[in-house]
Design a protein around this ligand. Structure first.
Ligand code: ADE
Length: 225
């Protein structure tokens, strides 16, 4: 899978993809992330990418031209399955969305800054708008990193134990049960006896019950259909 990220602050994305699971994904040639600096497409000698908004008001807007030039140049090389704009007024990014995106071949993610991007790019070029939550970040880069992490780990072959993603919180619509590892007792804090019994059916039932309890207590909205 190829993910291109078009952004104004590429430095923010220097770290996230060169460690741990995403590093492995790239070494296995399962995921390739390319970060493109929008400023390279900026106008004039100052490589301008933002300007005052029509109608007045505080805050700069990312200009249509540099974005258009960058996107169309990238498109001459790749046929994107999806052109995503990260924005707090986008559709909520969920595990279901991550699953859908993990099946795509080529994706472009555009990160906004300042007041946002010129609406004409959203109208004419963007195919999907995503929000990672009801709060405003200073730019879309960190939101894009969140999406790439969640999607990247779902690409077949990225996780060593293929089944482990299946038991993630949200993968079947509810939260994951608690987990424990050695030692069996620490400062008097004990691991639940059931997990030591070796009785797989009983352990599965306990985990299911714990997952449901946790979801009812913390996220009852997930249980409402
Ligand atoms: N850009 C700024 N805030 C954002 C958010 N919550 N989700 C996605 N992109 C954003």
């Amino acid at each position: 899978m190829e993910i291109d990220v078009l952004c104004a602050v590429p430095g923010l994305l220097e770290g996230p993809f060169s460690h741990s699971i995403l590093e492995r994904a790239s070494k296995r040639n399962l995921l390739h992330v390319q970060v493109i600096d929008l400023r390279e497409y900026g106008l004039g000698k100052h490589h301008q990418i933002d300007d005052y908004q029509y109608g007045g008001g505080a805050g700069m807007v990312m200009m249509v031209e540099p974005l258009y030039n960058a996107i169309t140049e990238l498109q001459s090389d790749r046929a994107y399955d999806e052109i995503i704009f990260m924005t707090p007024d986008g559709l909520p990014f969920t595990q279901a969305k991550a699953n859908q995106l993990s099946l795509k071949g080529q994706i472009l993610i555009i990160c906004g800054h300042y007041k946002g991007i010129d609406e004409r790019i959203r109208e004419h070029l963007v195919t999907l708008e995503l929000s990672i939550g009801d709060y405003v970040l200073s730019g879309g880069e960190l939101a894009a990193a969140v999406v790439i992490d969640a999607v990247g780990r779902l690409i077949p072959g990225v996780l060593n134990d293929e089944t482990s993603a299946l038991f993630d919180s949200f993968q079947d619509g509810i939260l994951a049960p608690p987990v424990y590892t050695r030692p069996a007792e620490f400062k008097g804090w004990k691991v639940p006896d059931i997990l030591m019994t070796g009785n797989e059916a009983a352990i599965d039932a306990w985990r299911e019950e714990q997952a449901e309890k946790r979801t009812r207590e913390r996220r009852p909205d997930l249980l409402r259909d």
